[in-house]
Ligand binder design. Structure first.
Ligand code: C2E
Ligand code: CA
Ligand code: CA
Ligand code: CA
Length: 281
């Protein structure tokens, strides 16, 4: 029995090592991919309820690997955070997304492209000295008004420490907005609301998924809209996949949503086609 225990331990250790090796390989590959221009950005509409008209776009990164095909951000963003690549990658994301918004404004005139542009920012970026300066530069370079940029951060990133919070405060002083992402899944959520300068809570899709009927998720989603209303914050329900979820959310008081029911994340050419046609709902 002792032997098998030891064997198991070794196996587990080997498995860990293999994961580590795979991560290191992916880490090096990410750097190569960045230099080779394999990353692209897609934009998912955030819509008003009940009509479903576009009020904003969330920027999401995509990686088309030459051999492995599509690799999702949930796989490579954590590795980019560990290797530090997220810092230059994040700067590229910020410049590209703001540049895209400026290009749509230039082509269609002001007020045609959705007002808000969400950009995900990870803890590692917030801890980087000079990050707020990067944001200021990207904004002035693009000419996009700061109050149209919404920096999406997770509770865990902000909980991480005072440095992240100070950077966030600097960004807010530029006029940029802050959304707390995946709200309800991280640490010390409710206490954070007193210290984090957030304008928006993005209610995590795990609550939306279970919202039908007399579920615990419905109770939590109700509590969250009460909190956001009381604190004068905007609530966005994430991961809305069905008409019935959208209706339930609207009934609970939600006025903003995002999810496959309204639109998948779209490549820029598709966003542009929708702007041409005026199909923004
Ligand atoms: P997130 O910020 O919570 O982004 C929302 C995720 O939910 C996206 O996955 C989106 O495609 C997906 N989604 C949208 N509607 C639905 C729906 O109706 N149902 C379901 N099941 N999913 C839906 P994606 O693009 O794979 O991104 C995963 C995560 O990777 C993001 O979660 C974010 O944490 C991270 N990420 C993505 N792009 C970036 C980026 O540019 N920078 C950073 N730092 N992180 C990013
Ligand atoms: Ca997000
Ligand atoms: Ca989210
Ligand atoms: Ca997420």
């Amino acid at each position: 029995a002792k032997d098998s225990g030891k064997g198991k331990f070794l196996l587990y250790d080997e498995a860990l090592e293999r994961t580590h090796e795979a991560d290191q390989k992916l880490g090096a590959d990410l750097r190569r991919a960045f230099d080779a221009g394999e990353f692209s950005l897609v934009y998912q509409p955030i819509v008003g309820l009940p009509g479903g008209s576009w009020t904003g776009l969330e920027t999401l990164i995509r990686w088309q690997h030459p051999e492995q095909g599509f690799i999702g951000p949930d796989t490579f963003i954590p590795i980019a955070e560990r290797t530090g690549l997220i810092v230059p990658l994040g700067t590229w994301i910020l410049h590209t997304a703001l540049g895209q918004m400026a290009a749509w404004d230039a082509e269609f005139g002001p007020g045609v492209a959705p007002r808000e542009l969400g950009v995900n920012v990870s803890a590692r970026q917030l801890r980087e000295p000079g990050f707020a300066g990067e944001v200021r530069e990207a904004l002035s370079f693009s000419g996009v008004s700061p109050d149209r940029l919404v920096v999406e951060v997770t509770e865990t990133a902000v909980f991480d420490g005072g440095v992240a919070l100070n950077t966030l405060l600097e960004i807010v002083r530029l006029g940029v907005k802050v959304a707390l992402d995946d709200f309800g899944t991280g640490h010390s959520s409710l206490g954070l609301l007193r210290t984090v300068p957030a304008n928006t809570l993005k209610v995590d899709k795990s609550f939306v998924a279970g919202i039908g009927g007399a579920s615990e998720e419905a109770v939590i989603a109700t509590a969250m809209i009460q909190i956001t209303d009381g604190l004068h914050l905007k609530a966005v329900a994430e991961g809305v996949e069905t008409e019935s979820q959208a209706e339930t959310l609207y009934g609970l008081g939600y006025r903003f949503a995002q999810g496959y029911h309204f639109s998948r994340p779209l490549p820029p050419a598709e966003v542009r086609a929708r702007l041409v046609d005026g199909r923004l709902a």
